[in-house]
Ligand binder design. Structure first.
Ligand SMILES: [Zn+2]
Length: 143
C-alpha cells in the first residue's frame, strides 16, 4: 500500500506532468514567436480589445488552443477575459485554488483517518459537504 508520503510526493509533482501536451504546445508557441514564425497581435480576435503590454513589454494577448493542444501552432489570439470564457474549466485545483481552505495534508487526513465528516469539518474549518466532496473525490480528484 502507498503511504501518505508517496501520495504527497505524487500530488506535488502533479502540476508539472499533468498535461504534457499542453506544456509542449505552450513551448511551441513561445519558440514560434521567438523565431518569428508566429506573430502575437495586439488585438483580441474575439472582442477587438487591445489590452496593451505587460511589464516585460509583451502584448497581453494570449494564444488560445481552440483546436486542441495536438495542434500547437493553431492558436486564436484572445484577451485574458475572452480566453477565460473559452476555457472549459478552471485548471486551478486543490492548493492552487486561492479560496480553498483545505490543504493537501488535510485532504490526505480526510481520506485516510477514521473520523466523522462532522469532526473533520470542525477540525479544518470547512462545512461538512466539503469533507464529503473530498472523500467522494468530487473535489481534489487529482490527489
Ligand atoms: Zn477579448
Amino acid at each position: 500500500m502507498t503511504d501518505n508520503t508517496d501520495l504527497k510526493r505524487l500530488a506535488e509533482a502533479a502540476p508539472k506532468v499533468r498535461d504534457p501536451l499542453k506544456t509542449r504546445a505552450h513551448g511551441k508557441v513561445r519558440d514560434a514567436i521567438l523565431s518569428g514564425n508566429l506573430v502575437r497581435p495586439s488585438i483580441c480576435e474575439k472582442c477587438g480589445d487591445e489590452p496593451g503590454a505587460g511589464v516585460d513589454g509583451r502584448s497581453l494577448i494570449q494564444g488560445h488552443h481552440h483546436k486542441g493542444y495536438d495542434r500547437p501552432l493553431d492558436v486564436e489570439w484572445l484577451c485574458a477575459r475572452c480566453h477565460r470564457m473559452e476555457t472549459p474549466f478552471n485548471p486551478r485545483r486543490g492548493d492552487a485554488v486561492k479560496v480553498g481552505k483545505l490543504t493537501l495534508d488535510a485532504v490526505l487526513d480526510i481520506r485516510t483517518k477514521r473520523m466523522s465528516q462532522r469532526q473533520f469539518a470542525a477540525l479544518y474549518g470547512v462545512v461538512q459537504t466539503a469533507v464529503q466532496q473530498v472523500q467522494t473525490r468530487r473535489t481534489w480528484d487529482h490527489v
